[in-house]
Ligand binder design. Structure first.
Ligand code: ATP
Length: 476
């Protein structure tokens, strides 16, 4: 079943996310704040699993990548050197009628207008005379204006230009600024990478599509430093690696595509850029950008700080400013893609395989509806649920709790003794728990339990002493 068939709507998903504790609106009790989201008990486990999978595969499993954790607020010169103070802008257009603010490119798309061939924002996104605001219909749309996306703040008690600082709009600049220190302390040699996971902030003009475009989000970025001239081969390497990684966390091959930038779309310093795209229900959108950025960033920091960013290769006696390939991914967008991909509504007959539910309809006679989140075990918030068949039988409860306590040493587990066993299975299906283990009266006789798999709903009987090995094999 493809994503498009299985997803009934983003509203269904958002409602499940709220109901089951994946995602809440930030500051909801005060009416929320646009572009900010909180992750509930299951959502933060999901995000943690994404970060852990990335860190394991990009840092711990590799000898040529090391980690870094920089502060969010850094010296403001960093953002001058990176070009963000002068150029990190989105053109925006306001409606004087309803006061709504649009991102110029999105407004043009919505109105079916084609931007003019110009590098000047005012010319490129000039709205034709008489164009109506899509929100209120008035013809009072402003000229496009550049809007800096960085959040500004002040450091220390004085609030003037001398104390201005910014919340970082990306994590990568901290990596460039600490390149020298990491090189000196890590015993790495080019080619090698520095990886960082952390919060980034952008005052997006139009946050939308649920958590997809937020004002506070988390990035996972790798700066992979290479010898000049090897850019293309390393860029190809990282694109292929990163596509494999998305499959390793359960996104099907067919849902992932690449958007390859043509020469005209590239930043002047970049030699290649590929966006990894996922087919969200609201369109095919970027999960990660992988750019070959030349030595732009290190050169700029060398120029602005006066500190050398050169690398000296002792074996060949060569000195150069390394080039960089940057795979830059968003944790929140990956979490959203995993949620969209996992979400399925099904009708289950008494016997036989489930069929996809028809949107807005009740299941036919003899079928039962179930919502199931088909997370890959690697990212599932809870991996195993343990149930006693009956809650008022102390022998069953004691045995189940003992098993639960053993299993939770290895995996996030959940213990549930309330309601009919079928209801308990459904509750776990809805949060994507891949395995449920039930302790019943036979367990007390022969030390076996029922192991039930979420997607096939198949159950097997297995000795308790083989359970951990079996679960480990099935976790993938
Ligand atoms: P977009 O074109 O969607 O605004 P971008 O090209 O500006 O994204 P990058 O600057 O390349 O994004 O950032 C790298 C990654 O950080 C993106 O691929 C995305 O996963 C994540 N990201 C960027 N902006 C946001 C945002 N506003 N909300 C959530 N994630 C974001």
């Amino acid at each position: 079943m493809s994503t498009a068939e299985s997803i009934l709507s983003m509203e269904h998903l958002a409602s499940l996310c709220k109901r089951r504790g994946f995602i809440f609106q930030s500051s909801e009790i005060y009416g929320g704040i646009n572009g900010f989201w909180d992750y509930g008990p299951l959502g933060c486990e999901l995000k943690r699993n994404i970060r852990d999978a990335w860190w394991q595969d990009m840092v711990r499993d590799r000898e040529d990548v090391v980690g870094l954790d920089c502060s969010i607020i850094m010296h403001p010169r960093i953002w001058e050197a990176s070009g963000h103070v002068g150029g990190f802008t989105d053109p925006m257009i306001d409606c004087r009628g309803c006061k709504k603010r649009f991102r110029a490119d999105q407004l043009f798309e919505e109105l079916g207008l084609k931007p003019a061939e110009s590098t000047k924002v005012e010319e490129k996104f000039k709205v034709p005379e008489g164009t109506k605001c899509p929100a209120c219909g008035s013809k009072e749309l402003t000229e496009p204006r550049a809007f800096n996306l960085m959040f500004k703040t002040f450091v220390g008690p004085l609030q003037d230009e001398s104390s201005v600082a910014y919340l970082r709009p990306e994590t990568s600049q901290g990596i460039f600024a600490q390149f020298g220190n990491v090189l000196a302390t890590s015993r790495q040699k080019v080619p090698f990478g520095i990886a960082q996971i952390g919060k980034a902030f952008r005052n997006e003009i139009n946050p939308r599509n649920y958590t997809f475009r937020s004002r506070e989000f988390e990035q996972m970025e790798l700066e992979f430093f290479i010898k000049p001239g090897t850019d293309q081969e390393w860029h190809n390497y990282w694109v292929a690696e990163r596509i494999k990684w998305y499959q390793s966390i359960g996104l099907p091959k067919e849902s992932i595509t690449q958007y390859v930038y043509d020469k005209a779309e590239l930043a002047h310093y970049a030699s290649a850029c590929v966006d990894i795209m996922y087919a969200f229900p609201f369109g095919i959108q970027e999960l990660e950008g992988i750019a070959a950025r030349g030595n732009f960033d290190l050169s700029r920091h060398q120029e602005f700080s006066g500190k050398s960013m050169e690398y000296f290769n002792q074996e060949t006696n060569e000195k150069f400013i390394p080039h960089v390939v940057e795979p830059s991914a968003g944790v929140d967008r990956i979490a959203l893609a995993l949620l969209c991909n996992a979400y399925h509504e099904e009708w289950i007959p008494k016997d036989g395989p489930a069929i996809p539910a028809e949107p807005g309809k009740q299941p036919p006679e003899g079928f039962e509806a179930r919502t199931v989140m088909r997370f890959a075990p690697r990212v599932a918030p809870i991996k195993v649920a343990v149930f006693p068949l009956l809650k008022n039988k102390p022998e069953l409860v004691d045995k189940s709790r003992a098993l639960f306590n053993t299993l939770r040493r290895h995996w996030p587990c959940f213990y549930d003794q309330t309601g009919a066993i079928g209801r308990r299975y459904r509750r776990q299906d809805e949060i994507g728990t891949p395995f449920c283990v039930t302790v019943d009266f036979d367990t007390l006789q022969d030390n076996t339990v029922t192991l039930r798999e979420r997607d096939s709903m198949k159950q097997i009987r297995i000795p308790i002493d083989q359970l951990e090995t079996e679960l480990l094999a099935r976790m993938g």
